[in-house]
Design a protein around this ligand. Structure first.
Ligand SMILES: [Fe+2]
Ligand SMILES: [Fe+2]
Length: 222
């Protein structure tokens, strides 16, 4: 479990490096803004985390319509990811109440991030899935720090909200710690799936390159 918890995909090319720099920059802003206010951090960042799955799901849906080809199950996985992230938000809103300024920030950030991610996905779906993979790596770090703060007694281990008990099928006696562990498990799943999407996209590109090379070499023979 522990070794699966903090896996990091080492960047291998420019697309990976762009994704990592983008993620580190956002992490820096989040660290400066939230410091140790983990409840607020979870609320605000989950409003961002729920965007990529919806954008990528929508764009893959449109691509499937245009190409009249199957999506290999990607659309459902991506839309499920968006829904799962939205449920994280619905959970944490019961733990921390955002200020008026934070609510305003959410509106502005959504306006920028949705459009940015949409355009970036049109240009390079590969980089976008890598970004989500890296976002999730960071989310796992943040939720682990949140758990440490509870263990140290700096944050109260309050009762789990009912919405979380119902969603993750937790015990009626579940506490905030149990909720964070469940959320962190979800983030591990998103991390692995998005890194895997990049691997699949790379394989597709290699196969396409191979087809082009084979076609051009058979034409040369003719
Ligand atoms: Fe999340
Ligand atoms: Fe996530």
């Amino acid at each position: 479990m522990t070794e699966k918890l903090f896996t990091h995909y080492k960047p291998k090319n420019t697309s990976d490096r762009v994704a990592l720099i983008f993620t580190k920059l956002l992490r820096l802003f989040a660290d400066l803004f939230f410091k140790k206010r983990y409840g607020h951090r979870a609320v605000i960042l989950e409003t961002v985390a729920a965007v990529p799955g919806m954008v990528a799901g929508m764009l893959n849906h449109l691509k499937s319509l245009r190409s009249m080809q199957q999506d290999q199950g990607w659309i459902k996985i991506l839309l499920d990811e968006a829904e799962n992230e939205r449920m994280h938000l619905m959970t944490f809103i019961n733990i921390a109440k955002p200020s008026v300024f934070e609510r305003l920030l959410v509106i502005i950030v959504q306006g920028i991030f949705f459009n940015l991610y949409f355009i970036m996905y049109l240009i390079s779906p590969r980089t976008c899935h890598r970004i989500v993979g890296y976002f999730e790596e960071q989310a796992i770090v943040s939720y682990s720090e949140y758990l440490d703060e509870i263990k140290n007694g700096n944050i109260e281990n309050v009762n789990a909200p009912q919405i979380a008990i119902d969603y993750w099928n937790l015990s009626q006696y579940a506490r905030l710690k149990d909720v964070i562990i469940a959320v962190r498990n979800d983030e591990m799943g998103h991390r692995d799936v998005n890194h895997k999407f990049v691997t699949l996209l790379d394989q597709q590109n290699e196969e396409n390159d191979l087809t082009v090379t084979t076609e051009s070499s058979s034409k040369e023979k003719l």
